[in-house]
Design a binder for this molecule. Sequence first.
Ligand code: FES
Length: 382
Amino acid sequence: MKPIDRTMLGQVMAPVATARGLPNPFYTDPEVYELEKAKVFAPSWVLIGFGKDLAEPGMAKPVDHLGVPLVMVRDRDGQIRVFQNVCRHRGMILVSETTRLKGVLRCPYHSWCYELDGKLRSTPHVGGPGQNIDASIRREELGLVEVRSTVWMDMVLVNLSGTAPAFEDHAHRLIERYSEFARMPLYHGGPDSSFKLEVKTNWKLAVENYCESYHLPWVHPGLNSYSRLEDHYHMYEPGFAGQGSSAYTPGFGPNGERFAKFASLSDKWDKCAEYPSVFPNALLGFHNDHYFTIMIEPVGHDRTIEHVEIYYADPQMLGEDYAAMRQRNAQLWKGIFVEDIFVVEGMQRGRAAPGFDGGKFSPAMDGPTHAFHHWVAERFAA
Ligand code: FES
């Protein structure tokens, strides 16, 4: 593989009016995709899953994170921890599906057992039949390898390298901007509020498309009929960028019925909804009556899975009385995200054109998209 051209990175990091976008290999070259794992993902805080999937202490869910086997575990104190999903004996995968553990993580190969905090508790017959200890097997040195993790807005985020600033410092502008939401509990809508889309595109194109509202009139004519291009505004902050609408007017039932609102929101949220892309892979949607996260899961240089999870403000919204409205809300969002597929797949196919030079940004309309390119280029330049 050719080394990444630093002059090219400089062009990407130039001011938006003169910048070029990331060039084709960042979308089409499997070797650049592999390099991204080390340069972009490992040093960052990356979304790998959701707390709602670990409803009670003792629940565990395996995650294949860019080829690294991880397992999320809710420990006895209710805290979510993330470990490498591999036994310290002979490297067997410990957890293969979401499961309610019987007190410990038991390896299915030779039954070494780990506490929910990762400590190695028992090693049956390790010193010979009937001998559960061996002088050379020091349990205190053989706990599961824990991965640095945190939870915010029900998102489980990991920092594989262990070198990122603390999430609270790294994301303080994000945390500050959405503190009104983060201080309240979120109630996931259940199976009808959870769906995924498999898309033939590089993960970055899914993020880029979410950053901007420029495409709204042509790709989302239905949405544009009540939240027009001119109702949207942009935001740029360290670590995230995106857009908001000042014309959010929800109504999900046949007579305009609404979901309960989040309590004590400031006046801004009467009409505003915001859609930040939190780099690298969390796309969020804040509304006064519901919230969603899209986890962008790269599964190859040209394959991405989008996992959508929708939450509400009040547990009453989870009941049967609101099922039709929840389904309608999920269908509305699914319809909008499906409308985006032809453009993110079309841009991916477009990257096969050797004459494409990374493209040109509109300073007025593509600022958040450029902010994301800049962020990626910075990671490669570091
Ligand atoms: Fe896990 Fe042997 S590989 S106990």
